[in-house]
Design a protein around this ligand. Structure first.
Ligand SMILES: [Zn+2]
Ligand SMILES: [Zn+2]
Ligand SMILES: [Zn+2]
Length: 266
């Protein structure tokens, strides 16, 4: 087995407002540390030549430029909240470069909302034949393959909203979560790397705070856990000093090498 079966690019590690927030003068929003600059949450998972984009954040174009993303083979949607969707139109560039429609995967409820929120994408407007993203929507309710890569959806609760995390090999991405249902725990066993929601110190109705995230990360027991969807209350350096070994805040531009699970699992 290769040393790094997957590479994960953290395109965005921030909460829905981004960090810095508009017109905030707090220590984190005015920090000179580049790891305190957080765009909205998204990752790109690369396995071999296949590149899976998770969510299309409002900063997708800037994230692709910053991380030199030149190809996307599929998009996986965690849920329909706008901080995970607003960059959908930037998919046009990949349609053009790859001369192909882009397959998109999500729960049927997510895809339904996506169709409503981006109605123009799915309407016939002959005046603009090439100016819209070209997508094929695939509803998922269990393990599936995207661009030849096996993906396991992980049902999570984001407040009362059912959302998905995604597992690929030894990696799982669980953003926007406040509860992990009992049936999903086995899907998180034997992880090399976990990326998990950790909004801030104070509790929140639809996100883990840092304390809950650390607690869940301990129980899940990945070799390495990184936290994402981070608000401006958590400074990178200071927060990392307080975290247990094997846990750290993610940051925009971070590149994470993920070991394959045992050879017979890949
Ligand atoms: Zn601030
Ligand atoms: Zn959300
Ligand atoms: Zn979110």
């Amino acid at each position: 087995m290769s040393q790094s079966a997957l590479t994960v690019y953290v395109l965005g590690s921030g909460t829905s407002h981004g960090v810095p927030m508009i017109a905030c003068d707090c220590a984190v929003c005015t920090s000179a540390d580049p790891r305190d600059k957080r765009t909205r949450p998204s990752v790109l998972i690369r396995r071999g030549d296949a590149r899976l984009l998770v969510d299309t954040s409002p900063e997708l174009r800037l994230q692709c430029l910053a991380n030199d993303v030149r190809r996307v083979d599929a998009v996986l949607f965690t849920h329909h909240h706008i901080d995970h969707l607003a960059g959908l139109d930037d998919i046009r560039r990949f349609n053009w470069m790859q001369q192909a429609e882009l397959p998109c995967f999500g729960q049927s409820a997510t895809l339904e909302r996506l169709r409503a929120m981006f109605a123009y994408v799915f309407e016939d407007e002959p005046d603009y034949p090439s100016a819209k993203p070209r997508l094929t929507l695939h509803a998922i309710d269990g393990p599936f393959e995207a661009a030849g890569v096996p993906v396991t959806p992980i049902p999570l609760l984001h407040g009362k909203l059912p959302v998905l995390g995604f597992r690929v090999g030894g990696f799982a991405y669980c953003t926007d979560v406040s509860e992990i249902p009992a049936a999903s725990w086995p899907l998180l066993e034997g992880l090399d790397v976990l990326i998990l929601d950790a909004l801030r110190h104070r509790p929140h109705p639809t996100h883990f705070n840092l304390e809950q995230a650390v607690d869940h990360a301990r129980k899940i027991g990945a070799r390495q856990t990184f936290f994402t969807h981070i608000a401006h209350e958590l400074g990178h350096e200071e927060t990392n000093r307080s975290l247990p070994a094997g846990m750290a805040l993610a940051y925009d531009g971070q590149v994470i090498e993920v070991e394959g699970r045992r050879a017979n699992c890949e």
